[in-house]
Write a protein that binds this ligand. Structure first.
Ligand code: ASP
Ligand code: MG
Length: 451
């Protein structure tokens, strides 16, 4: 492609049913720059698939989840008449799903295969909806280009290979038609299906945009962009028109649910602009995330986010003298088990780290085996029911307004505070039962005073 083009990604609620898909197709039909469309599974499907991955389901429970997936597909299919090429692929895939889902997955590879059906099915249906709008389009199996390692459940992309494959197999198709493909899934070097982790379709869109040389990524979701905090929690939350890559990455990492945290990486690396808007209200505005702020950089706190279900792992060395090698040993084990930590605080002989403990994750973050390895040389304590509250912005410093905040927070139990490694955040760990109120108090103190 020698003209500028856009990768548009539509999330689960945007492709939940035929009416929702239709709205997305209108967005694509009205923007000729959109050449690659990345779709999620229809809302609810991945949750059924995650449930099907659990061991110990009764056959009734298993059947109920299978029926749940099928019902969502048929509800959309009812409004469509599939072209022969799509009908064939869809039928084969749906049958394959029914057979695969009947038996409990034994391996991580089998689990990812099962998890992949949501996106594989929705992309057939979506292609037809787009064709019905008169947009010339073809469905493309992303697994042939999006190459990853074999870390099932949370696979890491192989950037160079993905670029080479996409350049050879995907880019040449774009001049002829719009290509509809799947988010969330990829394949490893043996051709086994992998997944990028829950919510990974945004990341897929960014990876494909980078691999194919797109100039923009449009993420269409169910909110008009990224807000100063969750609008369901604070009715004075405001949409943010422009964010820098750093701010957006921090917001996504620390719980603004609008974007998968890794999405910004490829975009920032390759200077691709990201727009986030609502497919239900495409004219309603949205957030532009850019490398260089188009206006003057706004400093200070711009948003407050929270991430629930955090786990605090505190590790204490029994021997003072070993304190220096201690941290190295701890982090070696965490990295061996590919455990990703977010906040870290240390004192002389102990270190506390936070991990994500999301209940519907496709893979638990903390491995029992890793805990046992750590327990060989330190006291381990695990605390749950915590939430991570983060103030996000640029050049955050502890000035008067932030210090006033401490007074507001004095009524809450703050378990841990982190600031200093980055000027983009200031983080607290609080009791989960208090976190909504903490966010409201911070938003009111820092973001509702006509700044
Ligand atoms: N369908 C996957 C999920 O629900 C990926 C995505 O929607 O981004 O996690
Ligand atoms: Mg999603």
């Amino acid at each position: 492609m020698n003209q500028e083009f856009t990768v548009a990604k539509f999330g689960g609620t945007s492709v939940a049913d035929h009416a929702a898909m239709n709205r997305c197709a209108d967005i694509i039909a009205s923007d000729p720059q959109v050449r690659i469309v990345v779709v999620s599974a229809s809302a609810g499907v991945t949750n059924h698939l995650v449930a099907l991955c659990q061991t110990g389901l009764s056959s009734e429970e298993r059947q109920a989840h299978i029926d749940g997936v099928i019902a969502i597909q048929l509800n959309i299919l009812e409004c469509l008449s599939l072209d022969a090429d799509l009908a064939h692929g869809f039928d084969v895939t749906l049958n394959d799903f029914k057979n695969t889902a009947l038996h409990a997955a034994q391996t991580n590879a089998q689990r990812d295969e099962l998890l992949s059906f949501g996106e594989r099915l929705s992309s057939y249906l979506f292609t037809q909806v787009l064709r019905d709008k008169g947009v010339r389009s073809a469905r493309f199996d992303v697994r042939s280009v999006l190459k990853t390692d074999s870390q099932f459940g949370k696979a890491q992309p192989e950037i160079a290979q993905t670029k080479a494959r996409a350049t050879a197999e995907l880019v040449p198709l774009l001049s002829e038609q719009v290509v509809v493909t799947q988010g969330f899934i990829g394949s490893d070097e043996y051709g086994e299906t992998t997944t990028l982790g829950r919510g990974g379709s945004d990341y897929s869109a960014a990876l494909l945009a980078e691999a194919c040389g797109a100039s923009n990524i449009h993420i269409w979701t169910d909110v008009i962009g990224i807000y100063s905090t969750d609008p369901r929690l604070c009715n004075k939350a405001k949409p943010i028109a422009h964010l820098t890559f750093d701010e957006a990455a921090e917001m996504a990492t620390f719980g603004a649910k609008v974007l998968h945290p890794a999405t910004i990486l490829p975009a920032a690396r390759s200077g691709i602009g990201v727009f986030v808007g609502s497919s239900q209200d495409p004219q309603g505005g949205g957030t532009w995330i850019e490398k260089v702020p188009s206006k003057e950089l706004i400093t200070g706190v711009r948003a407050v986010t929270q991430r629930k279900n955090q786990l605090l792992l505190t590790l204490k060395s029994p021997e003072m003298l070993l304190a220096s090698g201690f941290l190295a040993r701890v982090f070696t084990i965490l990295s061996e088990y590919k455990i990703s930590v977010d906040l870290v605080t240390t004192s002389e002989i102990s270190v506390a780290v936070t991990l994500d403990n999301a209940p519907n994750a496709s893979r638990p973050e903390l491995d029992q085996e890793a805990l046992e390895r750590l327990a060989e040389f330190c006291h381990v304590s695990v605390e749950t029911n915590l939430a991570l509250v983060a103030l996000i912005g640029s050049e955050i410093q502890l000035r008067q307004s932030e210090l006033n905040l401490m007074r507001v927070l004095s009524g809450f139990d703050i378990r841990l505070i982190c600031h200093g490694a980055s000027k983009h955040n200031l983080c607290f760990l609080v009791e989960q039962s208090q976190s909504d109120r903490v966010v409201q108090a911070i938003h009111q103190q820092l973001l509702e005073q006509g700044r």
